[in-house]
Design a protein around this ligand. Structure first.
Ligand code: GDP
Length: 526
């Protein structure tokens, strides 16, 4: 089969949501539609363990499953789908953000009672950096929630994206009767407590059809009223706006009851884009170029800490990958042969024989691969858009044995290259500040320093609350800034200068006072 056809049937996406909105439940149902039923249990099992503990060693024991489910590949209709896990709950970390740099689209899950929640807002901000197309699923309609129109308004206002409902709910909670699919003109009826994908579907071309009253009773007029309102208020679906990330089609349902999920998945595979072009420093790379290229967006430490074995996850950007292929690792200027890349089928992990643009492969290594590294079979390329994100949580590292300072430095630099945590070395005191977006990252760092680098350290709180990388074209101004803010400046793991502020207010004040200095919320890997 031709490369173009292989690429056209691929869909690579992630789910963005706030914890408890129903991501795990929805993932299970999606996998079941893909025939990966055994995995559905594993998703649940993994989560149950994750809930029970925030202990790193126990997480290590879980690695087998968690690595396998970092990427879940399944087939649906004629499509080959790569669902990339966006870790939430305690293992929310910068990885969660970075995964979104490797997808072509996203599904957003919103709890109908809670509306737009903070984590969704943060993840949405990341999607906006690449104008990632987003399909929205409003979940838990079997419970009392907010009015659907209010939810759409909230999404539009908080997330700055136009909503266009493609289905509309009829009632909610105990009175939830189902959804009306606006583009297929079909009524899908919901039966409480029944988990089935074969719910009753009735074609209703014209909402004035008396059949609607027979089925829905007084709720028929409610539906008519809602749709009339919508026609005036909501913009019609526009594929270009969706693909540009400025409009999101919205579906309603109940993941736990598997209601509305098939409808969501069908629309998703039809509307969401196949792998598209990617920007590299040198040029734009199109997926159907015959030469292989890909970049690393995530590194996961493997089961055995003694071997420093890592799996580097690569998103293929162009061409075809074949088992045993030689690729060039451009940052270190070496050719490497990849005999044992792993592809992640939802059912199990298996060695890759071949993979195409849009797919994710896992490559074993011993710490030689950094996040952002590019592999190609031909010309040197450096893909862009895989940044560091400004951390939101900070801790100061306390080394217990001062003789181990060198070892500490080495460990921290390697862990930061892997994306496990960010490090900042303060200019004035040389202290190491850890930066993270998820609180568990600190425990993981300390534990890994001990087991992998034999460094006994712990962490204490700091006064820093916000970080921004700083640059300035005017050298004199920069020197002055450095002198005045010595207490608040630090170098990150790659030697870039960052300003650490005690509060957002202080940061904004400094930004105002220093118009010549640019404060960056993200920094590209180099
Ligand atoms: P995650 O944290 O986003 O992965 O959320 P989960 O999938 O674990 O769901 C969180 C809770 O919401 C669980 O107790 C689910 O059983 C429940 N849940 C998920 N979907 C629905 C739904 O459609 N209706 C109701 N009532 N509960 C749901």
């Amino acid at each position: 089969m031709s490369l173009t056809r292989e690429i056209a049937k691929r869909r690579t996406f992630g789910i963005i949501s706030h914890p408890d909105a129903g991501k795990t439940t929805l993932t299970e149902k999606l996998l079941m539609f893909g025939g990966a039923i055994q995995m559905a249990g594993a998703v649940k099992a993994r989560k149950a363990t994750r809930h029970a503990t925030s202990d790193w060693m126990k997480i290590e024991q879980e690695r087998g499953i968690s690595v396998a489910s970092s990427v879940m590949k399944f087939n649906y209709r004629d499509f080959e789908i790569n669902l990339l896990d966006t870790p939430g709950h305690q293992d929310f970390s910068e990885d969660t953000y970075r995964v979104l740099t490797a997808v072509d689209s996203a599904m957003m899950v919103i709890d109908s009672a809670k509306g737009v929640e903070p984590q969704t807002e943060k993840l949405m901000e990341v999607c906006r950096m690449r104008n990632t197309p987003i399909v929205t699923f409003i979940n838990k309609l079997d419970r009392e929630g907010q009015e659907p129109l209010d939810l759409l308004t909230e999404i539009e206002e908080k997330l700055q994206i136009e909503c266009t409902p493609l289905s509309w709910p009829i009632g909610m909670g105990k009175a939830f009767r189902g959804v009306y699919n606006l583009y297929k003109k079909e009524l899908h009826l919901f039966t409480a407590g029944m988990e089935t994908s074969d719910f009753e579907t009735i074609r209703i071309d014209d909402l004035s059809d008396p059949k609607l009253d027979e089925i829905l009773g007084h709720q028929a007029d409610e539906l008519r009223g809602d749709i009339e309102l919508l026609e005036g208020a909501a913009d019609p679906f526009d594929l270009d706006h969706f693909l540009a990330g400025s409009q999101t089609p919205v579906f309603f349902g109940s993941a736990i009851n598997n209601f509305g999920v098939k409808e969501l998945l069908d629309a998703f595979v039809e509307l969401s884009p196949a792998p598209g072009p990617r920007e590299a420093v040198e040029r734009t790379v199109t997926p159907d170029e015959p030469d292989f290229s890909g970049f690393c967006f995530k590194i996961q430490a493997n089961m055995d800490p003694a071997h420093r074995d890592r799996i580097a996850f690569f998103r293929i950007c162009s061409g075809r990958f074949e088992r045993g292929m030689s690729v060039r690792h451009h940052r270190i200027g070496k050719d490497i042969k990849i005999p044992n890349a792993t592809i992640f089928m939802a059912q199990d992990r298996s060695h890759v024989e071949e993979a195409y643009a849009g797919d994710i492969i896992g490559i074993h290594n011993h710490g030689t691969i950094k996040i952002g590294d590019t592999f190609t079979t031909r010309e040197p390329l450096k893909f862009t858009g895989i940044p560091n994100f400004a951390p939101e949580l900070f801790r100061r590292v306390r080394l217990k044995d001062p003789m181990k300072r060198k070892q500490l430095h080495k460990g921290l630099v390697q862990l930061s290259e892997e994306g496990a945590v960010q490090i900042f070395k303060t200019l004035l005191t040389g202290d190491y500040i850890l930066g993270a977006v998820g609180v568990l990252q600190f425990d993981v760092t300390v534990e890994r320093l001990k087991t992998e680098y034999r460094v006994d350290a712990d962490y204490v709180s700091t006064d820093f609350q916000v970080a921004r990388w700083v640059t300035c074209e005017d050298e004199k101004k920069m020197a002055e800034f450095r002198r005045l803010f010595e207490m608040n400046l630090a170098e990150d793991g790659d030697g870039f200068l960052a300003y650490l502020a005690p509060s957002l207010w202080k940061l904004n004040y400094t930004i105002e006072q220093w118009p010549d200095v640019t404060f960056h919320k993200t920094r590209e890997h180099i």
